[in-house]
Design a protein around this ligand. Structure first.
Ligand SMILES: [Zn+2]
Length: 225
């Protein structure tokens, strides 16, 4: 399910040729850009164009390493699943809003339709052309928009459902990230504790040593007397 959403956002952003990228990068980390170019069958410049477009939106992230022999940088790419889902959520939200606006304008306004060429115009345009088709001259009929309204309503329902799935995925990914952050914070905390413990031991050992040395000096002094 998730991978299909990722494919959708990649397709929306970078086009059909980039969709293969999802299979290449999904559940993997730091993939060499030259390998990506090879697998996509694109030149390295075409590939970089795609990758930059996606990374600009935060869908991908990269690290770079210097190629010691050739002296140039190579980029290694990773999918940012959470960010991708968030971008997709935003896109679908926008799509739904646009459709809802269209729908309410269809429902509120009257439209006219030419039965010969299928042209549909709003009332103002129909009036301007004396209710005859500007293409073929046929008299316009009042269009009740039932087909279009039904299509849009279905489309909105479909997108709403998709949005719900995406939101579920987003909350799962956020939980994962929180746990990961929690774990790494704990690790940091443990590291610090361990360091403090070592420091304490070191200090104690130094004090003991100093005390021992002081005692030695004392006994030396005594024996000198
Ligand atoms: Zn017509």
């Amino acid at each position: 399910m998730q991978i299909n959403f990722l494919k959708k956002i990649v397709q929306n952003t970078a086009g059909e040729q980039a969709v293969k990228l999802v299979d290449l990068l999904y559940n993997k980390k730091d993939i060499n850009e030259f390998l990506i170019a090879k697998k996509l069958g694109l030149t390295i410049n075409q590939t970089r164009n795609l990758l930059y477009r996606l990374s600009h939106l935060g869908i991908l992230s990269s690290i770079r390493k210097k190629d010691k022999r050739k002296g140039w940088y190579i980029y290694f790419w990773t999918f940012n699943v959470l960010k991708s889902l968030e971008v997709l959520e935003e896109n679908i939200n926008k799509e739904i809003n646009d459709l809802k606006n269209q729908l309410s304008s269809k429902q509120q306004k009257r439209y006219y339709r030419c039965k010969i060429c299928g042209r549909e115009v709003n009332e103002e345009s129909a009036l301007l052309n004396s209710f005859t088709c500007s293409e073929c001259g046929e008299v316009y009929e009042l269009s009740n928009n039932i087909g279009a309204v039904e299509d849009m309503t279905k489309q909105i329902a479909k997108l709403d459902k998709e949005l719900n799935y995406i939101r579920t995925e987003i909350s799962i990914e956020r939980d994962k990230l929180d746990k990961k952050l929690g774990r790494s914070m704990k690790r940091e905390e443990n590291k610090k504790k361990e360091m403090r413990r070592k420091n304490r031991e070191k200090n104690l050992a130094e004090k003991k040593k100093a005390l021992k040395n002081a005692n030695k000096k004392k006994t030396k002094k005594k024996s000198n007397k």
